[in-house]
Design a protein around this ligand. Structure first.
Ligand code: ZN
Length: 447
């Protein structure tokens, strides 16, 4: 493997633009936990990567939950007595509370008022509201518009349907040399909101594109699912896959200008946790690390005690810690091409590390081998400090006893992984190291 050293994303601005373009393409669709907006989103993803779409019928029991009725909307608005539209689903789908039941009626403001939601602290923004599991209807509007409403009659129309249908999710499986898997999961249930979570969708798609083109030790499974009910449904339908998952990452809110936040898996010191912490530590980026807690995104389900999978969560500013969260201000301007590209790059570095994190045996374990006559120093390009290079080589030789992975060595030596990996390659080239056989199994699986 030589994917680590120097495999930086070339043309980050081009990557960022491409990610932002995909966010822009997905932005207008009305997504929810079910319905045609989700299917259309998956179809747009399917144009870019091989994606299997799965439909799970309403009423299906998934652990303690039941797949809900499918929700679709044709139109929704409120009109005042002059026919002026106060809130119009076709102008912005956030105007309609997700899973609103159908209604067509004239009513007075006092009857309408309990069904209206706004953000008094941000009077220009439309809030995002849902009512999945309690039948209700509602409209969301800027507080400044709500304040202007007068005591009169309003016509209210919600042309929606809530009927037996299906919950739809998508899955991209990329087989590798082994059936051990890396799971990437991202939620697809939010309507016109960009950071939460078109950012996660766009980055996951580009990661799948990149992974599809390279040699893979691991198999990769990228799943695009509605939040909570989607991961519960996916876990219920895929219990046979679970034992193969060795590492997992939930991607959410990775396009805003804030620094990266990594939330550890429930295990806390899983390989993916250590890998991400190592990458962030040596990146020079401002970043935050948070321990697992049973709230947030789909890591809650993957890390429930019955699964306890090594699944962490990558985000930038955590949800709820930025005012634009769950409002119309989480728009195309709020997500930045540079942030999207930066998040993507860190994920690629993570996969590179996992792919290259193997265990070796020093072939000359009795005292140090003579390095100089093997020309090893020159073999590692781009490192200027001779003593430092020598020290990294010596760390690798010393800890390559079949018990330490490359990440173990990088942590112990406090050296970036790619430098240790470069030393490993150099030592492999002169026959001083041999990979431990147990790392590669022959159970290659193709599905
Ligand atoms: Zn959200």
């Amino acid at each position: 493997m030589s994917t680590v050293a120097g495999d930086k994303v070339s043309g980050a601005s081009e990557v960022g633009r491409s990610l932002h373009d995909f966010v822009t393409e997905l932005y207008p669709l009305c997504r929810s936990i079910t319905g045609d907006g989700v299917r259309e989103t998956l179809r747009l993803i399917q144009r870019r990567i091989p994606l299997t779409m799965c439909e799970v019928p309403s009423g299906t029991q998934v652990f303690d939950w039941t797949v809900p009725l499918e929700w679709n909307v044709k139109d929704a608005w409120i009109k005042d007595k002059d026919g002026r539209r106060i809130a119009d689903f076709k102008v912005n789908n956030l105007h309609l509370m997700s899973y609103s039941t159908p209604i067509q009626r004239r009513m007075r403001l006092d009857e309408l008022r309990p069904h209206l939601f706004s953000l008094p602290d941000h009077p220009e923004w439309i809030p995002y509201r849902t009512s999945y599991y309690q039948e209700n209807w509602g409209f969301c509007l800027p507080h400044k518009d709500l304040e202007r409403l007068v005591e009169e009659e309003y016509d209210v129309l919600i042309d929606s349907s809530l009927q037996p249908g299906a919950l739809t999710y998508g899955e991209c499986y990329l087989p590798g040399q082994t059936s051990d898997e890396v799971l990437v999961s991202t939620h697809i249930c939010h309507p016109s909101l960009c950071n939460d979570n078109l950012s996660g969708i766009a980055v996951a798609v580009m990661l799948a594109q990149a992974l599809a083109l390279r040699p893979r030790r691991y198999s990769y499974r990228v799943v695009f699912i509605p939040g909570t009910i989607g991961s519960i449904t996916w876990l219920a339908k895929n219990e046979d896959v679970i034992p193969h998952i060795k590492h997992g990452l939930v991607l959410t809110g990775i396009g805003d200008e804030g620094g990266i936040t990594y939330k550890r898996s429930r295990q806390g010191q899983a390989e993916i946790d250590r890998a991400m912490v190592h990458i962030l530590k040596h990146s020079g980026d401002a970043h935050a690390l948070i321990d697992f807690f049973p709230y947030g995104y789909d890591e809650r389900q993957y890390c429930s005690p019955g699964f306890n999978l090594p699944v962490g969560c990558l985000m930038r500013t955590p949800h709820g810690e930025y005012p634009e969260y769950h409002s119309s201000a989480d728009n195309l301007d709020f997500v930045k091409p540079e942030s999207l590209a930066h998040s993507y790059t860190r994920c690629i570095e993570l996969f590179d590390l996992l792919e290259c994190n193997r265990t070796y045996h020093n072939q000359n374990p009795k005292c140090e081998p003579q390095l100089g006559r093997r020309g090893l120093y020159r073999a590692i390009a781009g490192q200027q400090d001779k003593q430092f290079k020598e020290l990294v080589l010596l760390w690798v030789l010393n800890l390559s006893d079949g018990q330490h992975t490359v990440l173990d060595i990088a942590e112990r030596a406090d050296v970036p992984f790619h430098r240790v990996h470069a030393a490993v390659e150099a030592l492999l080239n002169v026959g001083l190291l041999k990979e431990c056989g147990s790392q590669i199994t022959s159970d290659v699986r193709r599905t």
